[in-house]
Design a protein around this ligand. Structure first.
Ligand code: HEC
Ligand code: HEC
Length: 409
């Protein structure tokens, strides 16, 4: 390009930036880096690196094993797991929607009380379900299988399904080294462990935020400046004035625990969802928790968390702090999908109703009273947490045929 050409392009660039940005604010067109202080940089670095060290479904000896993952994947998409043959895990956890369903509350055989969470990166969580009623992916999988409002499948139904389908039976034998035994409950738990192995394999890829974070870590200011300025400003709010990273912390943007953020938790007039309080009761009672006979690691550190969990009054109305990776792909939001968009989420934190937080609720929450620019910046930041591939996952072509090595079945 000629010198005049460069000048003209530069002038156009300035003009475009001026048009794109409200007066007095730098637009995303001009690459630049905010003056993040040492303390801010340290906080930003704590949200990575991504992906973190591999994690595995606890208490599940099949976790991470390819044959179990392949069996789990076949099961996940198979509606015959439901008693009426009409509902698969994937009916609610649809890959093209980042393994959610796009609805406020899930629909099984009837409308459920809660919103379907994404399954990406679930393996990096500590408790499962919005109330943490489960301490592993495999015990969580047993819930929709058996729930009369969801798949309503008893152990006998599942045992018969595997026994009557040579392809599934062969995949089962490949995964577990032996065909299903005669104990239907044991077979059901094995199927749940295969499902847990598959769900545990879903770890999403790096995002624009990760590129920025890694650039900061290596001191590469040029590369860091490619991260849009509105996302940088949103990030500064997230780790600073917004106090968001008090709860949404670490590489998954969750502390793995539970909190009350002042949302209503009525299921219908007069009926409340007890949240974490109910979850702890279910967790302790479950024969499938990490301390039980079906756990393959009853003495592990993770099982210790289950052993020491304490039921407290403050647990009423607490829900799991969700991880925020791919959050832009998983609307609507919250345990019952009551907020339709990310803008509505930011409005909630901005206008927080302190009367709704119960007495022993979160002390750090206060209405943020953000202006329009700050709201938009926070949303831009949240959008930068998406892996573009998180809605593009596809079943491998091999799933269309019987499992490799099973011959013609
Ligand atoms: C009818 C819709 C529906 C079906 C079918 C369904 N799920 Fe879910 N799933 C949900 C909902 C709703 C939740 C939240 C449950 C809660 O908080 O009580 C959930 C939660 C989960 C979680 C916990 C994620 C987390 O991070 O907390 C996992 C794992 C999961 N489901 C796996 C499965 C598997 C495996 C199957 C098939 C056996 C399945 N789901 C079938 C709707 C469904
Ligand atoms: C006290 C801990 C806490 C703080 C501080 C906090 N959050 Fe949350 N966040 C939660 C909990 C708990 C939920 C889920 C509540 C529910 O489902 O009822 C949540 C939900 C969300 C969701 C919805 C995610 C989904 O998948 O449904 C977003 C987005 C979010 N928070 C962003 C933020 C932002 C931005 C800030 C700062 C302005 C923030 N949070 C501050 C605990 C916190």
């Amino acid at each position: 390009m000629t010198a005049t050409g460069w000048r003209r392009a530069a002038a156009l660039g300035v003009l475009a930036a001026a048009l794109a940005a409200p007066a007095g604010r730098a637009g995303p067109a001009a690459p630049a880096l905010l003056d993040f202080g040492a303390d801010e940089q340290q906080r930003i670095l704590r949200h990575g690196p991504w992906p973190p060290a591999a994690a595995f479904d606890p208490g599940n000896a099949q976790a991470g094993r390819p044959a179990a993952i392949a069996l789990g994947r076949r099961l996940f998409f198979d509606p015959r797991l439901a008693a009426d043959g009409r509902l698969a895990c994937a009916s609610c956890h649809a890959p093209q929607l980042a393994f959610t369903d796009g609805q406020a509350r899930a629909t099984g055989r009837e409308r459920l009380d809660r919103h379907t969470p994404s399954l990406w990166n679930a393996v990096h969580g500590r408790w499962y379900g919005w109330d943490g009623a489960f301490d592993s992916l495999w015990s969580q999988a047993l819930h929709p299988l058996g729930n009369p409002r969801e798949m309503a499948a008893g152990a006998g139904h599942l045992q018969a399904l595997v026994a009557g389908d040579r392809s599934l039976g062969c995949a089962f034998t490949q995964a577990f080294g032996a065909p299903p035994g005669s104990d239907a409950e044991a077979t059901m738990v094995q199927l749940a462990k295969a499902l847990g192995a598959f769900v545990g394999s879903l770890v999403s890829g790096p995002t624009p935020f990760d590129e920025f974070r890694d650039a900061l870590a290596r001191g590469d200011r040029r590369a860091a400046a490619r991260y849009p300025l509105d996302a940088q400003r949103g990030l500064r709010l997230f780790i600073g004035k917004g106090q968001c990273s008090n709860c949404h912390v670490g590489a998954s943007f969750s502390n793995g625990e539970f909190a009350d953020i002042g949302l209503p938790f009525f299921v219908r007039p007069g009926v409340v969802d007890p949240g974490r309080h109910g979850g702890i009761v279910v967790l302790r009672r479950s024969p499938y928790n990490l301390l039980g006979a079906f756990s393959e690691a009853p003495a592990s550190e993770r099982a210790g968390l289950t052993r020491h969990v304490e039921l407290q009054h403050r647990n009423f109305g607490e829900y799991k702090v969700p991880g925020l990776r791919n959050v832009a792909d998983t609307a609507p939001y919250m345990h019952d999908g009551q907020l339709a968009t990310l803008d509505a989420v930011i409005d909630h934190y901005s206008n927080l109703n302190l009367d709704r937080l119960h007495a022993d609720g979160e002390q750090i929450l206060k209405p943020l009273r953000l202006n329009d620019g700050e709201r938009a910046d926070l949303v831009a930041f949240l959008r930068s947490l998406s892996d573009p591939q998180a809605t593009a996952w596809q079943r491998p072509a091999e799933d269309a045929a019987p499992p490799p090595g099973c011959g013609k079945v």
